[in-house]
Design a protein around this ligand. Structure first.
Ligand SMILES: Nc1ncnc2c1ncn2[C@@H]1O[C@H](COP(=O)(O)OP(=O)(O)O)[C@@H](O)[C@H]1O
Ligand SMILES: [Mg+2]
Length: 278
């Protein structure tokens, strides 16, 4: 709505943007959780089927060797089920809402545990390149949300399957820990590249078979979260070759820079960091 009467003060506008950004992150969080519930239920069902099949096998074959095999398979599957539940509960409970020194590698492994089967199903070979990096102050849940968004986008960019690289490295000069998600998928044309962080910008026709994507909120939420972390997002993409997102997380938080998300947005638009190779 346009109002050509006396414009509101900059301060009020900033507050409004900050509120909207918080709502955006919340909205995306609930849709990300919803998506996760779908993936997880599916995965949980697979584990249950394994347990049931080996229980039947153990009942049918009474010899010691078969029973032992059945029991150890059942134990393995149950442990995996427990791990999945723990991870999802951890996310749903919103772990800590505060900045805490976190090993990003742990977040990567936890997230992969949830997406493992989905990646297999879509024939995506995931390569982890995790270097020894210092723990960084982050809100763990939010960074995991960013990672989930980037990985699901990457998977959707490779409908015929392909390679996906997740790299964790330190940038000593910039004093950041860099999380890189690279896919060898369809790529992003330059005219879209400028818009991918806009809320509701999407080129997808709606959720896919696994119920994900199509809201256009994923990258917008990523941007808000990374800004709140005083970090940076870089994206490079070539049509037909693939896309590379780099999230730069500062090793230390600047307390004096702590300002509302809105002010951060107005002062340093992340879009200024975009680089297009295409
Ligand atoms: N890895 C990627 N490869 C190709 N296109 C991408 C990739 N990540 C994002 N995009 C483009 O950016 C758009 C916005 O992404 P996002 O905000 O996550 O919304 P959504 O996934 O719901 O469409 C996508 O619709 C797609 O066009
Ligand atoms: Mg998305």
């Amino acid at each position: 709505m346009h109002d050509n009467k006396s414009p509101e003060t900059m301060e009020q506008l900033r507050e409004q943007i900050a509120t909207l950004q918080r709502q955006l992150v919340d909205a995306q969080r609930s849709s990300a959780l919803g998506e996760l519930v779908g993936t997880t239920t599916h995965e949980f069902n697979n584990v249950l089927m394994t347990i049931m099949n080996y229980a039947k096998l153990g009942l049918r074959h009474q010899d010691a060797a078969s029973r032992e095999k059945a029991f150890s398979k059942i134990l393995q599957a149950s442990e995996r089920a427990a791990e999945i539940t723990r991870t999802v509960l951890g996310m749903a409970r919103n772990r800590s809402p505060n900045f805490e020194k976190t090993q990003i590698a742990d977040l990567i492994r936890e997230t992969m545990l949830l997406l493992d089967k989905e990646m297999q199903k879509y024939r995506i070979a995931v390569e982890l390149e995790i270097h020894d990096v210092p723990a960084v102050p982050v809100i763990a849940n939010q960074i995991q949300q960013v990672l989930l968004n980037l990985l699901i986008n990457a998977r959707q960019a490779m409908p015929q399957g392909g390679r996906l690289v997740i790299r964790l490295v330190q940038d000593v000069a910039a004093q950041t820990v860099d999380l890189v998600v690279r896919d060898y998928g369809v790529g992003i044309p330059p005219e879209c590249l400028q818009r991918i962080f806009e809320p509701y910008f999407t080129t997808k026709k709606g959720p896919d078979a696994s119920g994900t994507g199509g809201t256009g909120l994923g990258l917008a939420a990523c941007r808000s979260i990374i800004q709140a972390h005083q970090g940076k997002v870089r994206v490079e993409s070539s049509v037909g070759k693939g896309t590379c997102f780099t999230i730069k997380l500062p090793m230390r938080r600047e307390e004096k820079l702590e300002m509302p998300l809105a002010a951060a947005l107005l002062k340093s638009p992340v879009s200024a960091d975009h680089a297009s190779k295409s």
